[in-house]
Design a protein around this ligand. Structure first.
Ligand code: AMP
Ligand code: MG
Length: 325
């Protein structure tokens, strides 16, 4: 049964959200990346509710959202120069920093790791909620574990009908999760590509270690174990090197296409086509919304034209790779 209430983020809405959070309950709210399922990061009751509602495995740590860099430092055991520099350049914004966890920050928010992941979000509603509550808020994407991330309040309710409240901030500006960088020791290391580009980070701090990509193999036959399934729609997702009519026919009926290049007119009239912008940030912004629409239209298979190989497209390739896994 649906109990979720979509609430406007005016003064009353924020008050109600703060009351829930202070009572160790959860509340979904918009960020500039995707909608988050917010909970007091220092409360075990609240954090258990996040894991329960999402069906999230307990080994997967959460990102703690804070109002500013000063508050971030209070959660860290040490605050390296690279953390300070990246925070100064990119916060508020879609960058998460992994640092050593301060002793008073409980391990349940980090799945027991001695580190903690922190960011200052750029969305005005998220910042207002952080300031009004005065709490550090764990806020993983507000969807069932492994499913598509929500980029609108409606997406949240469809994925988590039992969430008590969703603050409605419209559509998310970036539409892809934050970039996660480990700055706890030595050279910064990319843990998850995301809305902030590697090029921007490199320009700010010089070197960054970028692990090799596990490129998903194009074509309908996909070996298992290519990367963990995450960010996935209900439909089967297949990466294709070209949108060749003959090849698409092999993918069967009730086909959807996701592409950044125009398709030719000979494609079957019943095929649902989502044409996304041909630049990586425009594509990233629209990606989840397009996958949500294709899922709702009831297609069985989504053929995705393999995106370009450039570093700029890293985050998009990562998410698509996990959607097919
Ligand atoms: P999300 O599911 O968007 O909340 O993102 C959480 C992701 O952030 C995790 O799946 C990890 O990739 C990363 N993360 C969070 N906390 C840590 C941590 N302490 N160490 C390393 N990665 C982390
Ligand atoms: Mg998520």
């Amino acid at each position: 049964m649906r109990t979720a209430q979509i609430v406007l983020p005016d003064a009353d809405g924020l008050d109600a959200a703060v009351a829930l959070l202070k009572a160790d309950q959860v509340c979904a709210f918009p960020t500039e990346t995707v909608y988050g399922l917010g909970a007091n990061a220092l409360s075990e009751t609240a954090i258990s509710e996040v894991y329960r509602l999402k069906g999230r495995p307990s080994w997967n740590p959460l990102i703690v959202h804070v109002a500013d860099a000063d508050m971030a430092r209070t959660l860290a055991a040490t605050w390296p120069d690279t953390a300070a520099e990246l925070a100064r350049r990119f916060w508020p914004g879609p960058l998460t920093l992994v640092v050593d966890r301060a002793d008073h920050v409980p391990g349940f928010v980090s799945a027991g790791s001695p580190t903690v992941a922190i960011r200052v979000p750029a969305h005005p509603v998220a910042l207002a909620l952080l300031e009004a509550s005065g709490l550090p808020l764990a806020a993983p994407s507000a969807n069932r574990s492994e499913g598509l991330s929500p980029t609108s309040a409606d997406h949240v309710v469809r994925s988590l009908p039992d969430v008590p409240m969703v603050l409605d901030g419209g559509r998310c500006q970036f539409g892809l999760e934050s970039t996660v960088v480990d700055v706890s020791h030595g050279t910064p290391r990319l843990l998850r590509p995301g809305a902030l580009s590697v090029a921007d980070i490199r320009a700010a701090v010089g070197d960054i270690d970028v692990p090799e990509e596990s490129t998903p193999a194009p074509g309908p036959v996909l070996s298992p174990g290519m990367g963990k399934r995450h960010y996935a729609p209900r439909a089967r997702v297949v990466l294709v090197p070209t949108l060749d009519t003959a090849a698409l026919r092999h993918l069967g009926p009730q086909l959807g296409i996701l592409t950044h290049l125009p398709v030719n007119d000979t494609i079957n009239q019943d095929t649902r086509v989502e044409l996304l912008p041909a630049d990586p940030s425009g594509y990233g912004t629209e990606l989840y919304a397009a996958l949500h629409r294709l899922d709702e239209s009831g297609v069985h298979t989504i053929a995705v034209l393999t995106p370009p190989d450039d570093e700029d497209w890293l985050a998009v390739r990562d998410r698509l790779g996990r959607a097919v896994a």
